[in-house]
Design a binder for this molecule. Structure first.
Ligand code: FAQ
Length: 329
């Protein structure tokens, strides 16, 4: 369940079998190597297009499903100010989803199709959003760790070879950066508060740390798409490289907060300047991807409910568009 193979299964609106000559492929790669941006109407290999549809749609679905864990706390934020900030953040995530669906649409797949794939369980979204938000500190941890990991992964995407995706990422990254700061500030306030608040912050870090590391995807040796995506300059760094950067930046932040990262094997390797960390539980990651995380079913049921509730809006928009078209005719 919840798997996606748009680059293998031909679920997009364009035909799968396309003749591609060696000259065309070489000319395309030369453009990539010369750091030229590929635009929507340019010739591109079918596999490049499908890889982008897969990645961008997964990214868009993540932003949309990602509204749920935080939305859970909108009615229970501890102050009006916190509620307003959280509301703005959740709305930003909706905006990111819409930009990304638009970027994917430039590749010839419709938003309806992408949403249908998500609801049918064919399309993935980030594993991280299948974990529950049990306390207010989880909202801090999501901003600090989840948005922190998202930025680490997405800043290089601003230099992605596909123009519409790269440009969409510029604004998204600016907003994610604000999200990360608001999360860190929640953690800072909790860790400077009562013993109970500090314990809540520690518990949130303990639960969100490992799932945040899993956000970067499988280790390089198991990442089936990385080599090709890096050759095409869709990805600029490997999953493990980005995960390492995240650990290196985040561990000192945890120390500043006075919190313990839940990893007994974590240590600074003085020679390289990198933190060495313990083994990731990849079985947990693959279980979540297979639809068996703590909240997968709940997230999909809620998304399906929102889709059903919104049917009248889509119908009204279509009726209005038909009326306008009839008038114009
Ligand atoms: N979760 O060969 P690779 C956010 C899948 S946005 C689920 O390494 P690739 C903002 C992968 O799709 C977070 N599936 O794949 C926010 C592939 O499956 P497939 C989302 C995962 O594409 C914050 C298979 O495993 N960000 O957080 C995951 O080269 C707070 C093999 O993996 C993006 O989507 C995972 N964690 O590298 C919102 C960024 N990892 O399709 C609300 C763009 C891997 O073959 C609140 N995406 N898989 O069946 C990327 O950079 C890449 O797609 C990676 C994966 C790095 C995620």
């Amino acid at each position: 369940m919840y798997t996606q193979g748009l680059d293998q299964k031909g679920q997009t609106s364009k035909p799968a079998a396309v003749e591609e000559s060696a000259e065309q492929l070489a000319a395309f790669q030369a453009r990539i190597d010369a750091e030229e941006k590929i635009e929507a109407k340019d010739w591109m290999p079918e596999a490049y297009r499908r890889t982008l549809v897969r990645q961008i749609s997964q990214h868009a679905h993540s932003e949309i499903i990602g509204m749920q864990p935080e939305g859970n706390w909108l009615t229970r934020a501890p102050s009006l100010k916190r509620k307003a900030i959280l509301l703005a953040k959740v709305q930003d995530e909706a905006g990111h989803g819409l930009y990304l669906y638009s970027a994917a649409e430039t590749l010839g797949v419709s938003r309806d199709q992408m949403v249908a794939d998500l609801l049918a369980g064919k399309a993935k979204y980030s594993s991280i959003f299948n974990y529950p938000t049990l306390t207010w500190a989880d909202i801090g941890a999501i901003g600090w760790l989840v948005d922190g990991a998202a930025i680490m992964n997405q800043i290089p995407l601003c230099r992605c070879s596909y123009g519409p995706y790269a440009r969409a990422m510029v604004r998204i990254c600016k907003e994610e950066s604000f999200h990360q700061r608001q999360g860190f500030e929640i953690m800072l306030e909790l860790t400077r508060g009562s013993d109970e608040q500090k314990a809540m912050a520690q518990d949130a870090l303990t639960r969100w740390w490992w799932p945040s590391l899993m956000m970067f995807g499988p280790s390089d040796k198991d990442s089936k798409h990385s080599a090709q995506s890096m050759a095409w300059k869709i990805k600029r760094f490997s999953n493990d490289e980005l995960r390492q950067k995240f650990v290196d930046v985040t561990v000192p932040q945890a120390e500043f907060l006075g919190l313990k990262v839940p990893d007994d094997d974590l240590e600074l390797d003085e020679a390289s300047g990198h933190y060495r960390y313990g083994d990731i539980d990849w079985q947990e990651f693959y279980d979540v991807l297979a639809g068996n995380g703590p909240c997968n079913r709940q997230r999909m049921a809620k998304r399906q409910g929102a889709h059903d509730d919104g049917a009248w809006v889509r119908e009204a928009a279509q009726a209005y568009a038909a009326k306008q078209a009839a008038k114009a005719a």
